[in-house]
Design a protein. Structure first.
Length: 103
């Protein structure tokens, strides 16, 4: 099948926003998928895959680094510590202490 002008093969044009200002939006379904993958990894380790434990712990570290990067990005985007904290159900002070303050 020939590619449409300006589009990559295999890209559904009706689902793809064109242009350089395109923003990726992760939605609830994506977050649910990630939770299922993490739970499956935990079940695999619990079923006797002791070698997988180190990988699971490393994933935990990656999640924390990703959260910190997301929070700091939101701060740079203009969100206040209070707005960030409200989304995750902690106090402004707790969010600031955990994810970076004004470092």
């Amino acid at each position: 099948m020939p590619a449409l002008a300006g589009r990559e093969p295999g890209v559904n044009g009706s689902l793809t926003v064109a242009g350089p200002d395109r923003q990726v939006v992760e939605n609830d379904a994506y977050a649910a998928f990630v939770r299922r993958v993490l739970r499956a990894a935990g079940r695999r380790v619990a079923a006797g895959d002791v070698e997988g434990l180190a990988y699971l712990v490393a994933l935990s570290d990656e999640v924390e680094c990703s959260i910190r990067a997301a929070v700091l990005g939101l701060r740079e985007f203009g969100y206040s510590w209070a707005e960030v904290a409200a989304r995750v159900g902690v106090t402004r002070q707790a969010a600031q202490q955990r994810w970076g303050g004004d470092r």
